[in-house]
Design a protein around this ligand. Structure first.
Ligand SMILES: C[S@@+](CC[C@H](N)C(=O)[O-])C[C@H]1O[C@@H](n2cnc3c(N)ncnc32)[C@H](O)[C@@H]1O
Length: 274
């Protein structure tokens, strides 16, 4: 099996839409009238969750009407936030067919289908015209992609000159064995961690100027602590654990352990197309 097939298989649940809707309904939400905020406990598949998306959008200065491409959009939490809170017109692309289907279905239920659409694609080969977007985003996706140079070249091509590219990935921070399974990969077979320096070098090679690099480790540690306390008070497991399955508990323990141990760092890089 090639890497892309293994990655898509890793993320495929099989009954994700029904599981999300059943879980939301059990939590007292009206699934016929969902808001992007109702979904934020389940659809932000990255460290720092909704708070990290808010900070990222702010740092990118996402403006009303901007055409945004979200690479590896998952089930669509960040894309819907960019549309609902920042007034952007968003296209998400993702490798995993089930995620694309669920992302579109949830967006429809939120009444955002005229502002956000999701399509199936590999980030290394995009179907869009040159200069089609003002901004591109990529959140916790690069860890699954060995050929980041190909992705950055494609993003540069579809961005207009001066357009921003925001990357928020888990990056390699220190030497040592990273434990698996991780949330993004069951084994090192589909995990391609790189250092922030390597990202910066590849972005520069693809035609980007680096504007900022932010290590979000402290931010994520604080939020993780807050989420643990909330889960204890509510007495039940977090919604994302129910949806992503019991195995997610081990993945979360491993990712937080590697973060505490300084092996990895959730890092945001903002670059400008030159
Ligand atoms: C950890 S999830 C993050 C999803 C979303 N960005 C978020 O933060 O909620 C990683 C996503 O990247 C997608 N992905 C991995 N490799 C990809 C590739 N080569 N092209 C497009 N999407 C990819 C996966 O299918 C998955 O949806």
């Amino acid at each position: 099996m090639d890497t892309e097939k293994k990655v898509a298989a890793h993320y495929t649940h099989g009954a994700l839409e029904k599981t999300i809707l059943d879980t939301l309904q059990a939590a007292g939400k009206d699934i016929e009238k969902l808001t992007a905020t109702d979904l934020s406990a389940v659809d932000e598949f990255h460290l720092g969750w909704r708070d990290a998306t808010i900070a990222f959008a702010k740092d990118l200065r996402l403006a009303t009407g901007a055409r945004v491409l979200d690479i590896g959009s998952g089930i669509g939490g960040p894309a819907r936030y960019f549309a609902e809170a920042r007034g952007c017109q968003v296209t998400g692309i993702d490798l995993t067919p089930e995620f694309v289907q669920v992302a579109n279905a949830l967006t429809h239920r939120c009444g955002l289908a005229d502002k956000v659409e999701f399509r199936e694609a590999n980030a290394t080969g995009l179907m869009f015209d040159d200069g089609a977007f003002d901004t591109a985003t990529m959140i916790h996706v690069g860890m699954n992609i060995p050929d980041k140079a190909a992705v950055f070249a494609e993003v540069r091509r579809v961005l207009k000159p001066g357009g921003k590219f925001g990357v928020y990935d888990i990056m390699r921070a220190g030497d040592g064995e990273v434990p698996y399974p991780m949330p993004w990969a069951g084994s090192r077979d589909t995990s391609f961690l790189e250092t922030p320096a390597a990202y910066q070098r590849l972005l520069a090679y693809a035609g980007f100027e680096i504007e900022s690099e932010t290590d979000r480790t402290g931010f994520v540690k604080k939020l993780a602590q807050k989420r643990r306390a909330q889960a204890e008070t509510s007495g039940g497991p977090a919604l994302d654990l129910i949806i992503l399955g019991p195995d997610m508990k081990q993945r979360r323990t491993n990712v937080m352990g590697a973060l505490q141990g300084g092996l990895i760092a959730p890092t945001q890089i903002i670059a400008r197309a030159i």
